[in-house]
Write a protein that binds this ligand. Structure first.
Ligand code: ZN
Length: 498
C-alpha cells in the first residue's frame, strides 16, 4: 500500500472512531439528561456493543500495523499526521504492556469500585470502600510499573492525565501556593465575613434558564452548536466532534448564583472545545488537549472574568431583569459572589480556597504511592490535612475522604491539573492585558476580543500541541505560580480590607 493510501486510511480510521464516539456520546448524554428511568438496561446493552467495536477498531492488528508503518515513515508525514499517529499509538503501546487478563481485571475492578463508592458515600461507610480502594491503588502501582518502570509510579499517573507533569513540578507549584494562600486565608478569617444575602430568595428555574441562555450568548458561545440541559452535576461534553457541544447545569431555586457560575464555567470548557480549527473535526486532535488546559479556560471565564468587579457591574442589571426580587447594588453583588470561606466540599469551594482542597488530595496520593501511608490511613490523614490547610474539622467521611468520584473512577493523579488550570489563568490575564483592555471590554459586554485572544493562542490548536506547548504559546514565558498568588492577594486584600 502506498503512503498516500495509508494516510487516507488514517483519516478514515479517525472518522470511524469519531462516529462511534458520536453514538456513544449521544446515548450517554441522553441517559444523564432526559431518558425515562427504566431505559438504563437498553443503553447499557448498546453501549457495551459499541465500546467493544470501538476497542477492536482502535487496537486491532490492522490498526496497529497501519500506525506503526506510518510511524516508520514519520519524516514524510505532516506535523498534524505525526501528532495523530503519536496520540493513537500512545494508548495502544500502553495497553500492549499490560497483560490482557490484567487489563480485563482492571476494567472490572473499576466498575466494582465505582459501584462500591456510591454506596459507601451514601451510607458514610469508609470501611466498605477501604478494601476496594486498596486494590485500586495497588493496581495503579502495577500499571505504572508495567508501562514505565523507570519512572516513579505517581509521576507516571500525573503525566497520564497532564502530559509533562511531574511530582517535582507539583512540589514547587504547591509550595508556592501554600506559602501565600494559607496566611492570606488566615488574614481574611480575622475580618468580618462578606454578606451574601443578595443571592438568596426564590428564583424559579424557568427564569434561571432564560438567564443561562443570555450568559451563553454573552460570553460568545454559538448556540447553533452548543446546547444546554440540566443534570445533577454540571458537565460539558463534545458529541462526535467540536461541532456539537453540550453543557449542563443544575438550578437551585434558593440561590441563582450557583447555576449562573456553573454555566459560565461549563461555557468556558465549551468555548475551548468549539474553538478547535474546523479541519481538526473527526480526528483525535479535535477538542481540548488536557484537563489542566481545559480548567484553565473554564476557571478563567468563571472566576477571573465572571467574578471580576467589571463583570458584576455589567451583568447586575440583567440579574435584576430576570430576578426582579434582587435588591441592592452591583457592588454588593460583587462582594457576595467573592465570599471566601474554608469549606468541606471541593466542588463548592471559592476561588481563594480551591487550591487547598487540591493540595490535600495531592499530598495523600503522593504518600500512598511512596508507601509513606496506607489506604487505611486515608480518613485520618485527610482530616488532619483539612485542619492544617483549611483550619476546619471534618465531621464525617461522606463530607471528607469519600466525597470525590475520582479515585473510584480511575482518576488517581488527576486532581493537580485543576489547580494548575486555575494558576495558568492568572498568567493569561496578565499577558492578555498587554494588548486587550479586558475590563473595558467586559464593561461593554463585548467578549469578542477576549475570545479572539484565546482562540488564536489556545483554542484553535485543539490537541495538536502538548499542554506545555499550549501554555508557552499563549504567554511566551515560563509558568510562574506567583502571578496567581499575586492576583489572589490583590483581589482579597481589597475585598476584605486587609
Ligand atoms: Zn471544569
Amino acid at each position: 500500500m502506498s503512503l498516500q493510501e495509508q494516510k487516507e486510511r488514517l483519516v478514515k480510521l479517525q472518522q470511524k472512531m469519531a462516529a462511534y464516539g458520536h453514538a456513544e456520546g449521544l446515548i450517554y448524554f441522553d441517559g444523564t439528561t432526559g431518558a425515562p428511568k427504566g431505559t438504563a438496561e437498553n443503553r447499557a446493552q448498546t453501549l457495551g456493543i459499541l465500546s467493544e467495536e470501538l476497542y477492536n477498531l482502535s487496537t486491532g492488528q490492522d490498526t496497529i500495523d497501519l500506525l506503526e508503518d506510518l510511524d516508520a515513515h514519520r519524516e514524510e508525514l505532516s506535523d498534524k499526521e505525526k501528532r495523530q499517529v503519536d496520540l493513537l499509538l500512545k494508548d495502544i503501546r500502553m495497553m500492549q504492556k499490560i497483560p490482557l487478563d490484567q487489563y480485563i481485571e482492571f476494567q472490572k475492578l473499576m466498575v466494582e469500585a465505582d459501584d462500591v463508592w456510591h454506596t459507601a458515600k451514601e451510607d458514610n461507610d469508609w470501611k466498605l470502600f477501604e478494601p476496594v480502594l486498596e486494590r485500586v491503588f495497588d493496581f495503579h502501582k502495577k500499571i505504572a510499573a508495567w508501562c514505565e518502570p523507570e519512572k516513579a509510579p505517581y509521576d507516571y499517573w500525573l503525566d497520564h492525565f497532564e502530559e509533562g507533569l511531574t511530582m517535582e513540578k507539583c512540589e514547587s507549584f504547591f509550595a508556592s501556593l501554600k506559602g501565600r494562600i494559607v496566611p492570606l486565608l488566615h488574614r481574611v478569617q480575622e475580618k468580618p465575613q462578606l454578606d451574601t444575602s443578595i443571592l438568596h430568595g426564590h428564583f424559579p428555574a424557568a427564569a434561571q434558564e432564560a438567564f443561562s441562555y443570555e450568559l451563553m450568548k454573552l460570553i460568545g458561545l454559538d448556540l447553533d452548536h452548543v446546547g444546554l440541559a440540566t443534570t445533577e452535576h454540571p458537565f460539558t461534553t463534545s458529541i462526535g466532534s467540536h461541532l456539537d457541544e453540550r453543557i449542563t447545569t443544575h438550578y437551585h431555586e434558593e440561590d441563582f448564583s450557583s447555576s449562573m457560575f456553573s454555566v459560565i464555567h461549563e461555557g468556558g470548557h465549551a468555548l475551548y472545545d468549539t474553538g478547535s480549527d474546523r479541519d481538526l473535526a473527526y480526528t483525535v486532535l479535535d477538542g481540548g488537549v488536557s484537563m489542566g488546559i481545559h480548567e484553565s479556560q473554564s476557571r478563567f471565564y468563571e472566576n477571573i472574568l465572571g467574578r471580576s468587579r467589571a463583570f458584576c457591574e455589567y451583568i447586575f442589571p440583567s440579574v435584576q431583569k430576570h430576578f426582579p426580587q434582587v435588591q441592592g447594588t452591583a457592588e454588593e453583588f460583587y462582594r457576595a459572589v467573592n465570599r471566601a470561606e474554608p469549606s468541606l466540599i471541593r466542588t463548592e469551594a471559592d476561588e481563594l480556597t480551591y487550591a487547598l482542597h487540591i493540595m490535600v488530595r495531592y499530598e495523600l496520593e503522593k504518600k500512598i504511592f511512596a508507601e509513606e501511608i496506607q489506604v487505611k490511613d486515608l480518613p485520618a490523614e485527610w482530616n488532619r490535612l483539612y485542619k492544617e490547610y483549611l483550619g476546619i474539622e471534618v465531621p464525617d467521611d461522606k463530607r471528607g475522604v469519600l466525597q470525590d468520584s475520582h479515585w473510584s473512577g480511575g482518576c488517581i493523579g488527576y486532581f493537580p491539573s485543576y489547580a494548575l488550570g486555575s494558576a495558568y489563568g492568572a498568567q493569561y490575564l496578565r499577558k492578555m492585558k498587554e494588548t486587550v483592555d479586558v475590563d473595558g471590554c467586559i464593561r461593554k459586554g463585548d467578549f469578542a476580543p477576549i475570545g479572539e485572544w484565546l482562540r488564536e493562542r489556545i483554542w484553535k490548536y485543539g490537541s495538536f500541541l502538548t499542554p506545555a506547548q499550549v501554555f508557552e504559546n499563549a504567554v511566551h514565558e515560563p509558568f510562574d505560580p506567583t502571578v496567581f498568588t499575586d492576583y489572589l492577594e490583590e483581589k482579597y486584600t481589597e475585598l476584605y480590607g486587609l
